[in-house]
Design a protein around this ligand. Structure first.
Ligand SMILES: Nc1nc2c(ncn2[C@@H]2O[C@H](COP(=O)(O)OP(=O)(O)O)[C@@H](O)[C@H]2O)c(=O)[nH]1
Ligand SMILES: [Mg+2]
Length: 328
């Protein structure tokens, strides 16, 4: 355990190599790594929670990475320490490094006050998962003030980006036609703010129109969002990026003052516990199934009443849980 404390201390000192190594550790599914990861996170827990956690979601090509590059650089210039955890479904692992998002965020990744970490989407099916939550805690312990999560916003399973961050910015494409096009189900429900991106050059006019369309469409689906929550942006030309930050900062302040900020964090802590418990129980159940093939055969062949089988299986599953002590 001594080495865990030394590891934790290096992360708190802001040692980047240690932070990168810790994120690799939490991404691992090996059971010995899981135990170490949990011990490390526990050692760091008192030093977490201090960052403003923001998700940037939207379809591939919406300009998430480009916008984060511009916004991140602005924030670092203002003295903030900024981390970006990017889940890029289009990135490829080539010789150990991930191309794609990292190249879009080159300016930011070169700055001392920034940390950019792309992760392959196999870990989260394009959405977010336990590792994203854990990687975020590690970045907080390392002293980052603002943490951005770049994600498509929808993954498999029940894990939602809303369970992860304080504020969720959805970026829409403002091309011809419907601005809501390409948005998967559920993504609109998670949005706290909406950006209509690529509002630059000839795109500005199109973006203005998209904003109008979106405003009327949202009246039905998201009546809680006001016109002020729909922002015209350009990440590429860094237009209105400062206004975006003012909006994000104001949004946080309002929620801190109303108590909603803390309330959402508390709900999220509990949500992660349930997500983790459910996945453990599910894994145990899958394991248990392997040991009960005979009962399943009897049910399939019609020689055992399904209700009787369920009763027997429930009892023996509870016994099984009592004897399995393999914890992680
Ligand atoms: N005109 C314009 N193009 C942009 C803007 N932001 C991104 N792009 C372009 O859109 C493409 C996708 O950008 P990227 O940031 O990788 O999108 P992501 O998949 O959402 O991360 C790239 O070719 C960018 O150069 C913008 O604000 N304006
Ligand atoms: Mg990207």
């Amino acid at each position: 355990m001594d080495d865990i404390h030394a590891f934790a201390a290096s992360i708190q000192r802001g040692d980047r190599a240690a932070l990168a190594q810790a994120i690799t550790l939490v991404e691992s599914t090996r059971s010995d790594d899981r135990l170490r990861a949990v011990a490390l996170l526990e050692a760091l827990l008192p030093h977490t929670g201090g960052a403003y956690r923001i998700a940037v979601t939207g379809p591939p090509g919406a300009g998430k990475s480009t916008l984060l590059n511009a916004l991140g650089c602005l924030l670092v210039k203002e003295g903030f320490r900024v981390a970006v955890l990017a889940i890029d479904p289009t990135s490829e692992v080539t010789g150990g490094s991930i191309l794609g998002d990292k190249t879009r965020m080159r300016d930011l990744s070169l700055l001392d006050g920034a940390f950019v970490r792309p992760s392959p989407s196999r870990l989260a099916h394009g959405g977010v998962s336990t590792w994203t939550h854990e990687a975020m805690l590690l970045c907080e312990a390392a002293g980052f003030d603002v943490i951005f999560i770049e994600t498509l916003g929808v993954g498999q399973g029940e894990t939602r980006v809303k369970d992860l961050v304080d504020c969720c910015l959805l970026l829409c494409l403002s091309g011809a036609g419907d601005a809501l096009q390409g948005l998967k189900k559920g993504i609109l429900e998670s949005a706290d703010l909406i950006g209509i991106n690529k509002a630059d050059g000839e795109g500005l006019q199109v973006a203005r129109m998209a904003r109008g369309e979106l405003q009327s469409a949202l009246r039905m689906v998201r009546p809680d969002l006001s016109a002020d929550d729909l922002l015209l942006l350009s990440g590429l030309e860094a237009l209105r990026v400062e206004a975006l930050w003012m909006h994000l900062a104001g949004w946080k302040e309002k929620r801190v003052n109303s108590g909603d900020f803390e309330a959402r964090r508390s709900m999220q802590h509990e949500a992660w516990m349930w997500i983790s418990l459910e996945s453990r129980l599910w894994a145990a159940l899958q394991d248990f199934k392997k040991n009960n093939a005979m009962t399943f055969d009897a049910v399939r062949q019609g020689t055992m009443l399904p209700e009787r089988a369920a009763m027997v299986l429930k009892e023996s599953f509870l016994d099984y849980l009592g004897v399995v002590h393999e914890s992680p």
